[in-house]
Design a protein around this ligand. Structure first.
Ligand code: APR
Length: 185
């Protein structure tokens, strides 16, 4: 599924974040930035040790923030390590704010580095326990708001959903957002 927001394209695909050819891919990291399972493990395995070597120099990353390293052996030039909230620890309201911040900071860091295309996983919806039906509209609305207000920065934001169920949830969330925008305009 693909939509246009200003000069930018927002697209949803089903696939593996480590295989994406965007300039940057976003990692669903933890505050240590020293690796883990899920997306984190896949990115470090595919990208190689150069990524962790740079992560070690970053001094960690706060929840809701994002930091950038080389993409190592990945097709992507950069990995932007974003730390999402642990849903049960933060509770729904704070978790929503921190999740939105993780996406926004990733886009800000990408823009600071002149990145024109970026791929996101569904941050916090795995080990961090964020219900995907709640996370998807927050993630999509945050990205849409950013793309609507940026000055000729990012041209492509791709959500890379792992499996058919995740993809379907994001498609439904995006369709609902677009329907509301149509009514609003
Ligand atoms: N490509 C795209 N999406 C993936 C991939 C992949 N290769 N592997 C897993 N996912 C999906 C999961 O299905 C989930 O929907 O990414 C989403 C995020 O899951 P996690 O990787 O578990 O990330 P998160 O929930 O943010 O938890 C972060 O897990 O791996 C550790 O070090 C990490 O402590 C941190 C925590």
């Amino acid at each position: 599924m693909q939509i246009q927001i200003g000069q930018a394209t927002l697209e949803l695909v089903e696939g593996d974040i480590t295989q994406q050819d965007t300039e940057a891919i976003v990692n669903a990291a933890n505050p240590s930035l020293l690796g883990g399972g899920g997306v984190d493990g896949a990115i470090h395995r595919a990208g190689g040790p150069a990524i962790l070597e740079e992560c070690r120099k970053l001094g960690g990353c706060a929840t809701g923030d994002a930091k950038i390293t080389t993409g190592g052996r990945l097709r992507a030039r950069y990995v932007i390590h974003a730390v999402g909230p642990v849903y049960r620890r933060e509770g729904p309201t704070k978790a929503a704010q921190l999740l939105a911040s993780a996406y926004r900071r990733s886009l800000e860091v990408a823009t600071e580095h002149g990145v024109k295309s970026i791929a996101f996983p569904s941050i916090s919806t795995g080990a961090y326990g964020y219900p995907m039906e709640e996370a998807a509209p927050i993630a999509l609305q945050t990205v849409i708001n950013f793309l609507e207000h940026q000055q000729d920065g990012i041209q492509l934001v791709r959500f890379v959903l792992y499996g058919q169920r995740a993809y379907a949830i994001y498609v439904q969330a995006l369709q609902r957002i677009m329907a509301q925008r149509t009514v609003a305009n």
